[in-house]
Design a protein around this ligand. Structure first.
Ligand code: ADP
Ligand code: MG
Length: 300
């Protein structure tokens, strides 16, 4: 595979993402891509991501994968995965640039519908994303959402899929009650995280306000408390979030059920919302827009 590494677009704990230009020998690759790279000693989650993305190709709401390669750079052997380039950057950047006010509800409805289509696709193929959050939702040039970062994704029903486990994986602010309580992380965990994303897009700040991480995990895992929703939210929006924030994962609505919820199924807002929406300039090094950097980082 013939490509040239360009400027840095972002990074996480083990991987770095750069722009990639297709070389003259490349056949069928888009001229601009993103390349996610990690050293071979830390490449297992990136390899996992590549395998899952190959299986999920065909869904416009999921970032496309064009293949893998290895390279030697600065004396290190790297594992690289070539991805569709999303020039709009992460939704987290867009929210930060919106001035902390949150996005208009009509726009949030459009993003929510697209995210649900992608999540439904992931679940239909038997996977759980396990790290749905604003930093992992990217925007294409036409403003469409692209779910990215499948580094923690896994088969539903596999380890931690249904039975209680002991591993805490994911990002604290988006963790579901069953995950916090017993390490269980099936498809309903993605729906809880989606609820957190929707509430955050509407409010312009994370769904949970809490001053310490242990306190946050207590509030998520114990008792009946769920995240607050903005006062100005429509009845449909409140009801939608209520279905995402059901503490019992068995009773929480599925992606398929939510796709028929009036918050997103009633109106023809999606394409309207996208019209004329210019992509943001590519983000530089993305960071958490809020004051909880560690809470917005994945743990695995
Ligand atoms: P990590 O697993 O390290 O969190 P991500 O896949 O989430 O890696 O990528 C880290 C950041 O890099 C993203 O938040 C985003 O800003 C940027 N990025 C990742 N993939 C792309 C892409 N395909 N197009 C544009 N930017 C990207
Ligand atoms: Mg990420």
């Amino acid at each position: 595979m013939d490509w040239i590494r360009g400027e840095k677009l972002g990074h996480g704990s083990f991987a770095t993402v750069n722009l990639a230009m297709a070389g003259s020998q490349s056949c069928g690759l888009p001229p601009l891509m993103a390349v996610k790279s990690s050293g071979f000693s830390h490449s297992s989650s990136l390899m996992n991501e590549k395998v899952i993305l190959e299986e999920l190709k065909g869904c416009p709401e999921i970032i496309r994968c064009f293949g893998e390669s290895s390279s030697y750079e600065k004396g290190e052997k790297l594992y690289n995965v070539l991805l569709e380039y999303a020039p709009g950057g992460a939704l987290a950047d867009k929210l930060r640039n919106s001035g902390g006010e949150g996005l208009p509800e009509s726009e949030v409805r459009g993003y929510t519908k697209a995210l649900l289509k992608g999540i439904h696709y992931i679940h239909k193929f038997g996977y759980v994303h396990c790290d749905i959050k604003l930093q992992n939702i990217l925007l294409a040039a036409n403003g469409r959402v692209k779910i990215a970062d499948f580094g923690l994704a896994k088969r539903a029903g596999g380890r931690n899929g249904g039975a209680p486990g002991c591993e805490l994986r994911g990002t604290p602010l988006y963790m579901s009650p069953e995950m916090v309580a017993g390490g269980e992380q099936g498809p309903p965990a993605d729906i809880w995280a989606l609820g957190c994303v929707v509430a955050e897009m509407l409010a312009g700040a994370p769904a949970w306000r809490c001053s310490d991480i242990a306190g946050l995990l207590m509030r998520i895992g114990v008792g009946e408390e769920v995240p607050e929703v903005p006062r100005s939210l429509s009845e449909e929006g409140r009801d939608f979030l209520g279905k995402c924030f059901v503490k019992d994962p068995i009773k929480r609505w599925t992606a398929e059920m939510l796709l028929n919820h009036p918050f997103i199924s009633d109106q023809d807002f999606e394409d309207d919302g996208l019209k004329n929406r210019e992509a943001n300039t590519p983000s530089t090094s993305p960071r958490c827009p809020f004051d909880f950097p560690d809470w917005a980082s994945s743990v695995s």
